[in-house]
Design a protein around this ligand. Structure first.
Ligand SMILES: [Zn+2]
Length: 537
C-alpha cells in the first residue's frame, strides 16, 4: 500500500512555478509532451525496412505508446494521416548545422529531420580554447558563423542546444581540426608528444561527455597535415569509447583509392567503426574509379571491418573556395595565405600546384557565397565566367577573390556522375545525409531538399529503391551506426520522433538556381511528441 501524500510533499514542487530561474518555456514543452496524440489512418513504415502496414499510432508523454491495437475510445488529440506515410523522424547523418542547431532554423525540421549529426569533416564547435579567433577563422565559412561562438566541452555545447527551440536534436562528433586548434592553433605538421597527449585526453573527455564520435577532414588544413600515427592514436581513443569515426578523406579525386586504403587501415589497426563521409568520385576523369572504390569497401566489410558510408542525393558538392588550393597555402592561417598571394614567387608556386592537382573544369565551379557586398553579384557565376569578365586566368581569379574577401568565399562544384551517384545511393552499405550548411549567399539545395528529394525523385519517380528501403537509410541504419537507442525505429517505447508525409506529393524542389524552395508533401514532424515543422503545436 502506498503512503498517503504528506502535507509537505506539494508546496516545494509548486514553488518552482514562480521561482526566478524557472524556465516557463520548458514548462510549456513539458505540458505539451504530456498530451496524447493519436495519428490515425496512415501507413506505418517503421524504419526497419519491412513493408508498411495500415496502423494508428498513439503517442504519450513524448513516446510511442502503441502502433495499432489502440482502443477506439482512447482520449487523445487526433491527427488525420489518411493517405499518408507515418515514419520515424529522419536522422541526418552528415550535417554542418553546428551553430544553427542552437538557433530557430526550420530548414531541416520541415524536411522531416529530427536528429542531425554535426561536427563533421573535422569542424566542430567544441572543444574551444579560451582564445577563439583561430577556431573562427578555421570554421566560420562552414558554420556560417559570426560573433564569439565556441564551447569548451561537449557538455556545454549540448546544454546550450537543450535551451534552444529544439526543432532538431544535434549529436556532435569531435572535429579533428577543432581539436588540434584547441591545443596548438592553426599550426600544421606533426605535434609534439605533450601536445599529442593533450588532444588525446581532450578527445576522450568529449566522447565521455556524449560526443558521438570523431571526424577528420583530411583535405582541410590543419588536419590535412597530420601524419597517419596521429590519426591512429586518436582512432584508438574512439574505439575504446565504442564511438564512430567519420572521415572526409584526403582525396575524393584521383587519389581516392590510396585514401580509402588509409582509412581502412586506420579502422583495421584501431578497431573503430569507420564511416566514410559523402562518398563520391569527383572530377570527370576519375569517374571510372568508382567500381574499384566500392570493391575495396565491400572487401574490407567482408573481412570484418565495420565500415559504411554516407552520400547526398545531388551530383554537385559545396565547400570553401580555399579547397581549390594546395592546403600548404593556408599554413599559419588566412593572413599568412594572403601574404603568400602578395609574394610573386609564392603566388606562382601556388598557381602551378593548383593547376597540377585541379580535377574540375573552371566551368564546373560556381561561387555560392562571398563576404562583401561589392562581390555579391558574383554569387551564382562560374569561375570561368568571372575570369572572362575580369580578363584574368581562372587560377588568378581564385586568389584575387580570396584576397578581396579575406578568405571567406564558398563554392559549389559539379563533382560526380549521375550514374555513380545512383550506385552509392542504392548501395546496401550507404545511408543518406545532407552535408548541408548555411552560407551568406546561395546555399547548396541539399540544405533545404535532401530528404524530400530522396523520397520524391529517387524513390517514387526513379524507383531506385522501395520506400521502405529509402526510409531505412535515413532512420534505423544511421541510428544503428550511432548506437542511438530508442530512435530510428517507429516502435512502442521509442521516442516519438515521427514524420507524416504524403508519398505521392513529397518532393524537394530546391535546385541550384532556387536552392531555398521548401519541400512539399511533408505534413507533420514531431520530435519527442512535439510538433517541430511549424511554429509549434
Ligand atoms: Zn566533408
Amino acid at each position: 500500500m502506498r503512503d498517503a501524500p504528506s502535507l509537505h510533499s506539494n508546496p516545494p514542487r509548486l514553488r518552482v512555478w514562480w521561482h526566478p530561474t524557472f524556465d516557463r518555456n520548458r514548462l510549456r514543452v513539458l505540458l505539451l509532451a504530456l498530451m496524447r496524440l493519436l495519428l490515425t489512418g496512415g501507413t506505418v513504415v517503421d524504419g526497419t525496412g519491412i513493408p508498411g502496414v495500415r496502423a494508428d499510432v498513439l503517442v504519450e508523454n513524448g513516446r510511442i505508446a502503441s502502433v495499432g491495437g489502440i482502443p477506439e475510445n482512447v482520449e487523445a488529440e487526433r491527427i488525420d494521416c489518411s493517405n499518408c506515410v507515418v515514419a520515424p523522424g529522419f536522422i541526418d547523418i552528415h550535417s554542418h548545422s553546428d551553430l544553427q542547431a542552437h538557433q530557430d532554423k526550420v530548414e531541416k525540421a520541415r524536411q522531416g529531420v529530427t536528429t542531425e549529426v554535426v561536427g563533421n569533416c573535422s569542424f566542430s564547435a567544441f572543444p574551444a580554447a579560451e582564445e577563439r579567433s583561430a577556431l573562427h577563422e578555421f570554421a566560420n565559412s562552414i558554420f556560417c558563423g559570426s560573433g564569439d561562438w565556441g564551447w569548451h566541452t561537449a557538455k556545454e555545447y549540448y546544454a546550450d542546444a537543450a535551451k534552444g527551440p529544439g526543432r532538431v536534436n544535434p549529436l556532435s562528433l569531435v572535429g579533428h581540426g577543432t581539436l588540434r586548434i584547441s591545443e596548438v592553433g592553426l599550426k600544421q605538421g606533426p605535434l609534439a608528444p605533450a601536445e599529442m597527449d593533450a588532444i588525446e585526453q581532450r578527445l576522450s573527455d568529449c566522447l565521455a561527455e556524449g560526443a558521438v564520435g570523431f571526424s577528420t577532414g583530411l583535405m582541410y588544413a590543419p588536419g590535412s597535415s597530420a601524419p597517419f600515427e596521429e590519426l591512429e592514436r586518436l582512432c584508438r581513443v574512439v574505439a575504446r569509447h565504442g564511438k564512430l569515426y567519420a572521415t572526409h578523406m584526403r582525396s575524393y579525386f584521383g587519389g581516392i583509392l590510396e585514401s580509402i586504403d588509409e582509412q581502412l587501415e586506420l579502422a583495421r589497426r584501431s578497431g573503430c567503426r569507420l564511416q566514410i563521409s559523402h562518398l563520391q568520385i569527383a572530377g570527370r576523369k576519375n569517374w571510372d574509379l568508382q567500381r574499384k572504390v566500392i570493391d575495396k569497401i565491400e572487401r574490407a566489410h567482408r573481412q570484418g571491418i565495420d565500415v559504411a558510408f554516407d552520400c547526398y542525393p545531388y551530383v554537385a558538392g559545396s565547400t570553401v573556395l580555399t579547397q581549390i588550393l594546395p592546403q600548404s597555402a593556408l599554413e599559419g592561417g588566412i593572413a599568412a595565405m594572403l601574404a603568400r598571394f602578395a609574394d610573386p614567387a609564392a603566388r606562382a608556386r601556388i598557381a602551378s600546384e593548383t593547376l597540377e592537382n585541379l580535377a574540375w573544369a573552371w566551368s564546373d565551379v560556381y561561387i555560392s557565397a562571398v563576404a562583401s557586398a561589392r562581390n555579391a553579384s558574383l554569387v551564382g557565376k562560374s569561375l570561368e565566367e568571372i575570369s572572362k569578365e575580369r580578363q584574368r586566368e581562372p587560377v588568378q581569379t581564385v586568389m584575387d577573390l580570396l584576397a578581396e574577401e579575406n578568405g571567406a568565399v564558398n563554392m559549389l562544384c559539379f563533382n560526380q556522375s549521375e550514374e555513380n551517384l545512383r550506385q552509392t545511393l542504392a548501395h546496401p552499405l550507404s545511408m543518406i545525409g545532407s552535408d548541408g550548411f548555411y552560407v551568406k549567399g546561395r546555399p547548396h539545395p541539399r540544405l533545404a531538399g535532401t530528404f524530400p528529394k530522396l523520397l520524391g525523385y529517387y524513390t517514387r519517380q526513379e524507383k531506385l529503391f522501395s520506400l521502405e528501403e529509402a526510409i531505412r537509410k535515413i532512420t534505423s541504419i544511421p541510428a544503428e551506426r550511432l548506437r542511438l537507442n530508442g530512435r530510428g525505429v517507429l516502435a512502442p517505447g521509442n521516442a516519438a520522433d515521427i514524420v507524416v508525409f504524403h508519398p505521392q506529393e513529397v518532393a524537394g524542389p530546391a535546385d541550384y538556381e532556387n536552392p531555398e524552395v521548401p519541400p512539399t508533401g511533408i505534413r507533420y514532424v514531431f520530435r519527442n511528441g512535439n510538433r517541430t515543422d511549424n511554429g509549434g503545436r
